[in-house]
Design a protein. Structure first.
Length: 480
């Protein structure tokens, strides 16, 4: 282990790395079920054209999520030796599901055939990224991001994590009536809250109370210097939620385990998604649409990944004074390999997960963290029911805590310098609102460029920064 991951050089131990990997896994394990729910559920609800293939397609995307994520993490572990974990990106998978739906509407193909056609787009994106990463183009793009924008990435990600923790991740209710953190304060007047929320009221209160207890357990343990504070806090929150489910909701949180299947559905993946590229359906979309979609996926994925890597590495002290991270090329290669693996197995773009920050906060500093998380993802092909019983509020507690810590990066921003302050301020608000790291970075780059040009400092902006800013303008205004 020492020879492979250089643990002493990075100031860590095997135990710390294992705890960090387990912590990251628990904060991002939701993607294992959420990704197939989103991609396959969209087709089932919107088009109803899956028929007998619905269950098989769900299993195919589920298996692809576990396998492609693990492959990306193994490359990150052994090639880059970084503690960053990968999985099909949130936002990107929602966009992918929408694209699949649009393909079905345009071509009149079944949703499954449209899914297989859309996987060709992901394959092209992954191959493009592999080439760009090998040629160091993506690394040069990272270097083109101005220091002020880089300094704002980590705090902006922190706010996005807090927004996820307080918002959608801690939400409860039907899709059309999703009660989240903002409703908790109304719940302090029970008669009003119960009247408007009905049966969701007790579950919402349990969610929020569980989340706060887990959060403060993490905070108190961290203040005392307890290793694995995030993981322990999540486990405490889970136990409280399970007890509350029995006592106040009269539900059994372990009921799903009794009917769960513990065997990996390899047959369903082979039938529906494994190397099931629909090239004819892909050609039927039209070249202009294809090019537009590939560019859109590439831009969003590239800057989501860059933002997560730079922001999380900054928090872990893995960057130099210019905000550059060693082995950035290898880390970007892991993302590209994961995306190609995702296309071949049957899921949307694989990217570095912002939840990696929880493992970094737990002490993860090397690729052993990513390796542990990747092994756990593979194990979930057998043990997915166990991952499914970790409640959302336990994950929320970890995300909020890590988000608060990432705000510390604001101390490095010079708020007396408008060139730094304005892009950072815009990213701080844009990232949690848009739920897109890439879009927020794009807005930061555009604002930085505009300020420099109109203040007579156009020569301070690199040519590549001008190009990237222009591409984002095109993306925002011409590409949906």
């Amino acid at each position: 282990m020492e020879k492979i991951f250089k643990l002493k050089e990075n100031g860590t131990t095997v135990r710390t790395e294992i705890v960090a990997g387990l912590t990251t896994f628990m904060t991002m394990a939701y993607i294992i079920a959420l990704n197939p729910n989103l991609i396959v559920g969209f087709g089932r609800g919107e088009f109803g054209s899956f028929g007998a293939d619905a269950a098989a397609a769900w299993n195919g995307v589920f298996m692809a999520t576990c396998i492609a994520s693990a492959i990306g993490m193994f490359v990150m572990a052994f090639l880059a030796n970084k503690p960053f974990c990968l999985a099909p990106g949130m936002g990107l998978n929602a966009f992918f599901a929408t694209v699949v739906g649009n393909i079905a509407a345009i071509t009149q193909m079944s949703y499954l055939n449209s899914l297989q056609a859309a996987l060709v787009i992901i394959l092209i994106e992954g191959i493009v990224f592999l080439i760009l990463s090998v040629l160091n183009v993506r690394e040069k793009i990272v270097d083109a991001i101005p220091l002020g924008v880089r300094l704002g990435i980590a705090p902006a990600i922190g706010l996005m994590l807090m927004n996820i923790g307080f918002g959608s991740n801690a939400g409860v209710g039907a899709a059309s009536e999703h009660y989240v953190m903002r409703d908790f304060f109304g719940a302090l007047t029970p008669s009003t809250a119960q009247a408007s929320m009905g049966d969701f009221y007790p579950q919402m209160v349990l969610y929020v109370i569980t989340m706060f207890i887990g959060l403060f357990v993490i905070i108190l343990l961290s203040k005392k210097g307890v290793k694995g504070a995030v993981l322990i806090g999540m486990l405490c929150a889970s136990v409280i939620y399970w007890i509350g489910s029995f006592a106040f909701l009269s539900t059994n949180p372990f009921q799903s385990l009794s009917t769960a299947s513990w065997l990996p559905p390899f047959g369903d993946m082979a039938q529906t998604t494994l190397f099931k590229f629909n090239f004819q359906g892909f050609l039927d979309i039209g070249w202009f649409t294809v090019i537009t979609l590939v560019i859109t996926f590439c831009m969003i994925d590239m800057f989501d990944t860059i933002g997560t890597l730079v922001g999380t590495a900054s928090r872990a002290g893995m960057v130099d004074k210019q905000g550059r991270m060693p082995n950035m090329k290898e880390a970007l290669l892991a993302d590209a390999v994961g995306t190609v693996a995702g296309a071949c197995t049957g899921t949307s773009t694989v990217t570095t997960f912002v939840e990696s920050a929880s493992g970094v906060e737990a002490g993860g500093r090397t690729g052993l963290t990513a390796l542990v998380c990747g092994i756990l993802f593979l194990a979930c092909t057998f043990l997915s029911p166990i991952a499914a019983i970790i409640p959302a509020p336990a994950t929320s507690a970890a995300l909020i805590y890590v988000g608060v810590l990432m705000l510390q990066g604001l101390k490095n921003v010079s708020f007396d310098d408008m060139d730094q302050m304005v892009p950072v301020a815009l990213m701080l608000i844009a990232m949690p609102i848009s739920s897109s790291i890439g879009h927020a970075i794009g807005l930061g780059l555009i604002s930085y460029t505009v300020i420099k040009v109109f203040s007579g400092k156009a020569k301070d902006v690199s040519v590549l920064t001008y190009v990237i800013s222009a591409l984002f303008l095109v993306k925002f205004f011409l590409i949906v």
